[in-house]
Design a protein around this ligand. Sequence first.
Ligand SMILES: Nc1ncnc2c1ncn2[C@@H]1O[C@H](COP(=O)(O)OP(=O)(O)OP(=O)(O)O)[C@@H](O)[C@H]1O
Ligand SMILES: Cc1cn([C@H]2C[C@H](O)[C@@H](COP(=O)(O)O)O2)c(=O)[nH]c1=O
Length: 217
Amino acid sequence: MSRRGRFITLEGGEGVGKSTNLSLVADHLEARGLEVVRTREPGGTPRAEAMRRLLLDPFGEEPLDPDAELLLIFAARAQHLARVIRPALERGAWVVCDRFTDATYAYQGGGRGIDRARIAELETFVQQGLEPDLTLLLDMPMAGSQQRLEGRLDREGGRRDRFEGERAEFFEAVRRAYLAQAASAPERMTVVDAAVGLEEVQAQLRRLLDRKLAEWT
Ligand SMILES: Nc1ncnc2c1ncn2[C@@H]1O[C@H](COP(=O)(O)OP(=O)(O)OP(=O)(O)O)[C@@H](O)[C@H]1O
Ligand SMILES: Cc1cn([C@H]2C[C@H](O)[C@@H](COP(=O)(O)O)O2)c(=O)[nH]c1=O
């Protein structure tokens, strides 16, 4: 594949502010005249969004086997890559995506305890070398992000999905795995302090993006 656009992902635990800041990142790039595709995982196409519902809906009491969860995530990713991400990058658009494979290492690896090597095999098979150019990891202690999540659910009248309903230890393991991912890929991943007010988070993101844009042009 000949790639001309850039691929940027936002990562982090539940309620850290990924969706809120995805708009800031995409707007910042569009203001510089770039075509931007805003998308998310799992999901991003109608069929991949159907797989997202299978993953997030608790479906009564039937547990979802961790291997089935992992395979569904990569099935949705394959569809998303084929239908949205690769075509966009090939035509020169920039893709800004809410979560990608770092989430798999964090949730299925850290949270569910699946061996990294198995995740890496699927990553190679599905992505064939494609990985983000830049990953912004929004990080904050779990208690604060759970409070933000609660606030949003209260305002919107929503219920916790299958992941949001997990125990505190699960989210602590997810956070540790995300930070380990960032430490292992310092060129690509940047940790952003998400515990501060929105204006400060967004100032950090603007500075980072401007630095990267200067480096890439
Ligand atoms: N820096 C911030 N300070 C205070 N509140 C914030 C900040 N960033 C986001 N919020 C609020 O926290 C809540 C969660 O934010 P958001 O939905 O963007 O998080 P998320 O990481 O996308 O969540 P999820 O993982 O559930 O998709 C929202 O109500 C949002 O307005
Ligand atoms: C990509 C990806 C996602 N997940 C989980 C993490 C979240 O709980 C949900 C997505 O919902 P959100 O609105 O983005 O919070 O899916 C996962 O477990 N593994 C993955 O690879």
